[in-house]
Design a protein around this ligand. Sequence first.
Ligand code: NAD
Length: 262
Amino acid sequence: MTTTQLSSTKKAIITGAASGIGYATAQLFIEQGFAVGLIDADQSRLETISKDFKRDGHDCYYRSVDVSDETSLKKAIDALADSLEGLDILFSNAGINGTWAPIETLTIDEWDRTLNTNLRSTFLCTKFAIPHMKEKGGSIIITSSINGTRIFNNFGASAYSASKAGQVAFTKMAALELARYNIRVNAICPGAIDTAINEKTTYSDELKEVEIKVEFPEGDRPLKNETGTSEQVAQSVLFLATDASANISGTELYVDGAESLL
Ligand code: NAD
């Protein structure tokens, strides 16, 4: 395969691209012939992924930065948009579960870390992508969660849920504001997806002492797959990224096998 003609291809920046949903989306975008700019804190994974994509002749660039850091994120988005020679799609996806703890003991630092990584980063990514998109229009997709709007039974997840709800509200405001530039903005709300995110979550000891029981009907989930996959989420991101969803903006798409309706 030969390197694509940048002028005629879709150009996408993906945050959180080194793992899980972001990586699956990068793979799918590459399969579609898109040129991609990858952002993540994990430099060595980005190097490996980028080498793999490039070896197969695809256009791939990357920057390793903390998405909550204003200065380095702006530099990264500007540099990637320059390398890509434009920007059609922004996938603001990097996120963490952070520490799950009762509000009484959740530290302010942990609250800030979760809100900054998940919500501040979405604001920053969008803000820094607009100058690269406003002339031609484009699509911004934001990874929220069913925890942001429908599921509030994860005791200890106040910071995470607040950040994810904030992302949905931000999506709607951004969709309204950016319609004049023909930029669509939508959120994806995944249910439980089989990624590394849960291994990176800190659960406070107090949670073990709290008896919060939520009864689910027998069988737990309405669809057969126990947990969703990153590849399934990526297909929805692709839908929102392209003209297949041309008249959809300011909405949230649940990719949860109806889990949030139980
Ligand atoms: P993941 O841990 O596999 O991937 C997240 C990626 O984001 C990692 O590569 C990580 O290095 C990167 N990242 C984290 N903090 C960063 C920072 N400050 N700067 C730069 N990069 C950073 O997790 P995932 O499940 O693929 O999560 C992706 C998104 O999906 C998150 O926003 C998460 O909240 C959301 N989500 C996940 C699930 C799930 O069950 N996995 C459900 C709902 C929503």
